[in-house]
Design a protein around this ligand. Sequence first.
Ligand code: PLP
Length: 377
Amino acid sequence: MLNFDIKNLPTPCYITDENLLIKNLEILRSVQDRTGCKILLAQKAFSMYSVYPLIGKYLSGTAASGLFEARLGKEEMPCGETHVYSPAYNEKEFPEIIKYADHVVFNTISQYEKFYPKIQKSGKNIEIGIRINPGYSEIETDIYNPCFKNSRLGTTNLPEKLPAGISGLHFHTMCEQGADTLERTLAVVEEKFGKYLYDLKWLNFGGGHHITKENYDVNKLVKLVLHMKEKYNLQIYIEPGEAVALNAGFLVSEVLDTMKNGMEIAILDTSAACHMPDVLEMPYRPMIIGSGQPNEKEFTYRLGGPTCLAGDIIGDYSFDKPLKSGDRLVFCDMAIYSMVKNNTFNGMPLPAIILHKTNGENVIVKSFGYEDFKSRL
Ligand SMILES: *Cc1c(COP(=O)(O)O)cnc(C)c1O
């Protein structure tokens, strides 16, 4: 599973494996090739821009949630399209967003009314869309569900006739889901918004498509894209974040100490709260190479971070051998929603960012120190 030696890496570090990334990109490109759809990297999940030139060879551009991501996408993947959606744009930032964006998606008609004149005045040819909220999703965790009650994400009712300049619609209602969910979602989108689609140029399916996961039904996705494309004569966009770098990165950490309080405990040099916040937020239990469920293997430990937060616990894991100071543990699937979400709470250092290249070399893309902690405060 690991194509590189972890012994000589600085810890903690995030390491992204170019070969694993390319494996995902090839799957995504095949969907583009088979359907004519355009796939964008949702930078919210993965903004490791040192690999944007590589990603740009496979995908059609980037999706941004605001000015900074839009700028990063345009600057680091200039060959691709830059799409921006924000629940509400900031008037001060909008002129700069116009500079970078090829597509601007508004959350409401009132946002469109406020900013459309500015786009017109700029003279720039920008595709304009509205995010719709079809009111249908299959996500059970509310904080990840754009369709939960009273959601602010997307418009539930459009005017009978769409105002001038709107050339597409956007929906984002999925999270780590398969093509079956997309099929049921599209049925609702068609039922509620189908009448608008005949007169539009494009439709964006949003993110949350687990396209690069084992057993994802790529053929069904292709079928669904072709159906929407052909029935309404639309350019289809998909903007996955997670699927681009799924299982392509790791977080390597070191055991600092072990102790006992009712059970064996190991304290690592990496923190759930600072370096993998989704472990606490989602919450979920990340996989560690060579570990088992509690009591599955002989030696069970509770793994925690070196911060003072009592709940900075990664989870309970078992191992074949007792853990000791200096041992290294490798957390899986840590390219996504990790680097983009980390923080220096409690004065924690940020993990270095490393790229394992296809030629076998490990490149330290970035390492962090005291200034990165101090400069934000
Ligand atoms: C979060 C988000 C994405 C990416 O979602 P993934 O689950 O990472 O694929 C795409 N589009 C929008 C609007 C988002 O908010």
